[in-house]
Design a protein around this ligand. Structure first.
Ligand code: CU
Length: 263
């Protein structure tokens, strides 16, 4: 299961990279040129009925609107959907990271089965997330080497996220913006880095101040965003060698027993 998830993440990221990214950029370039040409034509045509200034203003507005609309309903440049699991490897739902064509990164969470509370949540610096402790995810994603938390002097970490608020029903359905990261492997503070990245939900509340973790406690749930690449020290050649997950998917009972024995 775990192995499959990582493979899917990697292949979908690759697919998106190769198909969406270049074509989106091209589309935008074409659209811009197109609108400008159209504006010029419209200008010269409408000098009879209206003053030039008014027409130009109107055209500028139209251009802006067109660009915004295109961004709103366009395909995302990058998208990674990953499963969030708890300490018992139970799947709680999905975390979907998206980057739109203007570079804005969002995280959509669709989770259930959490207990009511307010939990620290961060992007961590290694693309591993092994239950029950998730310690292999490493520390906070902090490429700028600043202090933790919005209330620290130099913070926050690029991977610092707002506390996750879970209501009585234990579900979370929300989308947050992550201002200082990229999903583009070439982008600044990219989550698609050599060591990969993961999402961690803690057991306690982040006070946005205590160094270096916000005093957020243990790790209760996690998701691998990007798995470590081959030249990372954290790269795992094949999960199936250690976890048996892949080879015994058709024999679930055997699989469970084997996993318990080995761990
Ligand atoms: Cu954390």
């Amino acid at each position: 299961m775990k192995n499959l998830r990582k493979l899917l993440t990697l292949s979908s990221a690759g697919l998106l990279l190769s198909t969406f990214s270049p074509s989106t950029v091209t589309l935008f370039a074409q659209e811009d040129t197109g609108s400008e040409e159209t504006s010029e034509v419209m200008d010269s045509q409408s000098t009879d009925t209206e003053g030039n200034e008014t027409t130009e203003e109107a055209n500028e507005e139209t251009n802006e609107e067109t660009t915004e609309d295109a961004a709103n309903d366009s395909d995302y440049a990058f998208e990674v959907e990953t499963e969030v699991i708890n300490n018992e490897e139970k799947v709680l739902g999905t975390a979907t990271f998206r980057q739109d064509t203007e570079g804005v990164v969002t995280l959509e969470l669709a989770l259930e089965g959490l207990s009511e509370g307010e939990y620290g949540m961060h992007i961590h610096t290694v693309g591993l997330a092994t239950a029950p402790t998730f310690e292999d995810a490493g520390g906070h994603f902090n490429p700028e080497e600043v202090e933790h938390g919005t209330e620290s002097e130099t913070g926050p970490h690029a991977g610092d996220l707002p506390n996750l608020v879970v209501g009585e029903d234990g579900t979370v359905n929300e989308t947050i913006e992550i201002p200082n990261v990229s999903l583009d492997p070439e982008g600044e503070n990219t989550l698609n880095s050599t060591d990969g990245t993961s999402l961690i939900i803690h057991t306690g509340t982040d006070d946005y101040m205590t160094q270096p973790t916000g005093d957020a406690g243990d790790r209760q749930a996690a998701a691998v965003i990007f798995a470590p690449l081959e030249d990372s020290e954290f790269y795992q050649a094949s999960d199936s060698a250690t976890s048996n997950d892949d080879t015994s998917t058709s024999e679930e009972e055997v699989d469970e027993e084997t996993t318990e024995d080995t761990e």
